[in-house]
Structure formats: C-alpha cells, structure tokens
Design a binder for this molecule. Structure first.
Ligand code: GLN
Length: 482
C-alpha cells in the first residue's frame, strides 16, 4: 500500500519490521502532496530536504521512530518558519523546539510541514489566513473548518500520517469533524504549551489529529506530561492510553445534554448524532438525559474572555521583537501602530479591539468579570453532570462544512460554528471528535463528527468510548476522492 495511506499504528509495524524505511515514507508523502496539495492547500510551508535529512537519521526502533507528524504553524519547530498564518510574522523562524516537538523527537518522530490556519488561531474556517484558505478534501469548494484547518485537511487528504493542532474554542474538534478525522483536545494542563504561540492562555491546548482513535491515544501519550517551562502543565501521571482502548462501553453512562439538541437544529446533524447514540446503546452503553443549563451563555462569554486574553498576548507583536516591521517608522509609536495596522488581518484586529475594550476601566466589571462568573457557572454545570454520567456525547458542529466565502462577511455566523465545542474549553475538560457519518450537500458526501466530552484528565475513558464506536462503524475507512 502507498505509505501515505497508512496510520501511525500500521506504519510503525512496517517501520519496526524494516519493511519500509523512514526515507521512503517521506518520499511517499512528498509524492502525495505533489498530487493533491494544489487543490487542498493544507500547508504554508513544506521543506522536504530537511524532512529527508531527519528521516535518514530517525531511529526506527523508537516508539514513533520514522513517523512524520505535520505541525500547525503556531507551534515552534527550531529552524522552521513560524508565522501563525499572519503577515506580521512573515520571515520569522523559530529559534527553539516547542515542548511537544521535543517529546515527539525523543520518540523518533519527524516534524514535517507547517499547517495552514486562521491567523493566530482566530477563526473557524481557515479563511482568515494570510496565506489563503485551505480547502476541504471532501469538496474543495468548501472550508475545512478552523482554526487548525490545515492540520485536519492534510490528515484527511493523506498528505500526512497525523498532525498537531491547537484548540482554544474548538479549533481541533471542529475541523476534525468537518474533514472526517479524529481530533482530540486534551484537558487543560495535560500538554505543555511551551513553544505554542499564545492566543487565549486560559483556554489553549495542543492536541492530535489522526486517522484512527488508536493513533490519537498514541500521540496523546507521546505529548502529555508536566513541563516546568509551562507552569499550567500539571504533574499528573500519563497513563498508557492505548492499554484501555479495548475495554468497550458496556455499562458506561453516556450523558446526552438536552441543550445540544435544540429546535431548529440541522436535521442531518440531529439524525446522524442520534444514530451514533443508538449505536453506542447497542454496544452496551447506558444513555442518560442530562442538562447543562448555562450552555447558551458559553459562546458569548467566550467571545469576551478569549479576545481579552488575546489583546494582552498579541501586544508582543510590535515590529521590534519578531517578524515584519515597517521600514520607515518616524518614532517608536509610529513603528508599533503602522506595523500592527499592516501586519494583522481584520479578524485579529477585531479581537484586539474587542479585548482591549472589555478590559478597560469602567467596562471590566460589566464584561470581563461577568464573563468569568459565567465561566464558573459553566464549569459547575459539568460538575453536576458528572454525578449522573461518565462521559458526554454531542454533535461536534451545528452543520457540515460550509462553502468558502459563505460566512466571511458575518462574524457572528462564523462564531456560531463553535457553539458545541466552546464550553469544553471554558470548563478545562477534554473533548474528542470522530467521524459519525456522512450527509449529502450538492450531491457530495460530507463528513460529520460526534463529540465526546470527558472529565478532567480522563482522556482514557474518552478514547475507550471513541474506539468502541469507531470499531463498530466504517466511517473512518472512507477516503475523499482528490
Ligand atoms: N473559532 C474559535 C475562535 O475563533 C476557536 C478558535 C480556536 O479554538 N483556536 O476563537
């Protein structure tokens, strides 16, 4: 088989048996990218020479020896460009490896390519990229989701074996759902963010995109754990997430929140999710009706908290320390303001302005403080829910992939793409999306995702339920025609 179509597990078996070399794997991905990248545009940057050099010395006896992993352009890989798909960081090269990259390298993996994204991870369609949009491999007139659209599309298009993305309000799970792959947002504190360009620091997490749930378990295990350079990463033991995969769902209590199945929701999304729930019941899970009463407020409070944190985090892009700078600044203020005016795109500017406003004196209490209180209520909703269930299941997105350009003129419509994913970040929990069916739009089949939400640091249960569902369905075996 073409190595590009392998997953981590199947590829590792061949690498360990020396049926294939790490160099041949990179060559296969290069050939695949030559063929399909012109229609997908998943990457901002591909440096095959470096990949081949690193593959040549990869130790195939290590757990991830010779496995290439594509990396979202927001995670630092030493010597490679790190632009966050922003004009303001054009020309910036990372000077160190992120914590997750160090871990991957120590296990033998090879970082390959910089995945396209919404600028600074702000968006839900990858259309806010200074490098142009990525296209959905199932229908290239549609968006792949965002902000990690490139990370999702390259895995779905088999231009990568697996990838890393970041998730602040849904940016791993939403594109995974719309591209038909597995996407996992780990618990806040599970994975080091050292070397991740910060968007909203109380929400950001790095996580994997994979072709199978087993691969997600493998990659999560590889990147998890305490890193003293990220004080929010916690010293919790990292279990072998693959060990408990086969335990099934018999007796598992799966909460179904009524607020995620509302009047007027997309009929296909509702039907597909209900069928997935029936399937889980057939496998022996117990479905439990639950309520998360503050769900309605998650989106609006997120769009206060995330921009507030972004406005502070993005202050560092001043034309002095990183990337682009206007050449003819009159004085320091002129350099700051003109560099930022030219360097940031519209959505990033919108967030910085909004964030600065809600933090300013006189408005702080009315907006920011209030949003933080709502956040506590959202977290308490989940604490109540965990008394009745072990895991929660919902749709990942309110619709399948929409057309390029369909929502770019209407920020609110764009923000609504994340209604089902944002509460997980607000509560600091873990969430996973996996393919749960296909629906037709314009006579093309488009994937949909099922989201599982787990308790903090209980990724093992999330993965076990996902694996049981995946193994009883065939959705993960389908391939887009490109
Ligand atoms: N789409 C959401 C936003 O624009 C979430 C982004 C993310 O998770 N990085 O903020």
């Amino acid at each position: 088989m073409n190595p590009a179509f392998e997953n981590i597990t199947s590829l590792r078996a061949k690498l360990a048996a020396r049926d294939i070399t790490p160099t041949e794997v990179i060559e296969a991905l290069r050939a695949r990218c030559t063929q399909v990248e012109p229609s997908v545009s998943a990457f901002n940057h591909l440096d095959w020479d470096t990949a081949l050099r690193e593959a040549a010395t990869a130790d195939a006896s290590l757990p991830l020896g010779g496995v290439p992993i594509a990396i979202k352009d927001v995670i630092a890989v030493k010597g490679q460009p790190c632009t966050c798909s922003s004009k303001i960081l054009k020309g910036h090269t990372a000077v160190y490896d992120a914590g997750v990259i160090e871990r991957l390298r120590s296990l033998g993996a090879v970082p390959v390519g910089r995945c396209n994204m919404d600028e600074f991870a702000m968006g839900s369609s990858t259309e806010n990229s200074a490098d142009g949009p990525t296209r959905n491999p199932w229908d290239t007139s549609r968006i792949p989701g965002g902000s990690s659209g490139g990370s999702a599309a390259c895995v779905a298009a088999h231009e990568a074996i697996a990838s890393l993305g970041s998730d602040t309000g849904g940016s791993i799970r939403q594109p995974a759902a719309l591209c038909g792959c597995v996407g996992l947002k780990p618990t806040y504190g599970r994975v080091s963010r050292y070397g991740l360009v910060a968007f909203a620091s109380s929400l950001d997490q790095i996580g994997p995109f994979t072709k199978t749930v087993r691969d997600a378990a493998t990659l999560l295990g590889a990147i998890s754990g305490r890193d003293p350079r990220d004080c929010t990463s916690l010293d919790q033991p990292v279990p072998d997430y693959t060990a408990s995969l086969e335990q099934g769902v018999k007796g598992l209590r799966i909460g179904v929140p009524k607020e995620y199945f509302i009047e007027g929701m997309d009929k296909d999304v509702e039907q597909t999710t209900r069928q997935a729930l029936d399937q889980l019941a057939k496998l022996g899970a117990e479905l439990v009706d639950i309520s998360l009463p503050h769900t309605n407020y998650a989106l609006s409070s997120y769009y206060i908290i995330a921009p507030a944190e972004a406005s502070a985090n993005l202050a560092r892009f001043d034309g002095v320390r990183y990337g682009a700078r206007v050449p003819d600044g009159k004085d320091v203020l002129d350099v700051y303001s003109r560099t930022r005016a030219l360097g940031f795109g519209n959505e990033v500017k919108r967030r910085i302005i909004l964030g600065t406003y809600v933090l300013s004196s006189g408005y702080y209490d009315a907006y920011y403080l209030r949003a933080q209180k709502v956040r506590t209520l959202i977290r308490k909703d989940f604490e109540e829910a965990w008394k009745k269930c072990d895991i929660i299941a919902t749709p990942t997105t309110p619709t399948p992939a929409f057309k390029l350009g369909e929502k770019t003129g209407d920020p609110i419509q764009m923000y609504l793409s994340d209604v089902f994913t944002i509460a997980v970040n607000m509560a600091g929990l873990c969430g996973l999306s996996l393919p749960c069916g296909f629906v037709q739009r314009d006579s093309t089949d488009l994937p949909l995702g099922l989201q599982f939400i787990g308790k903090a640091f209980d990724e093992a249960t999330l993965l076990r339920a996902s694996h049981a569902y995946e193994q009883s369905t065939e959705w993960h075996t389908r391939r887009p025609v490109l």
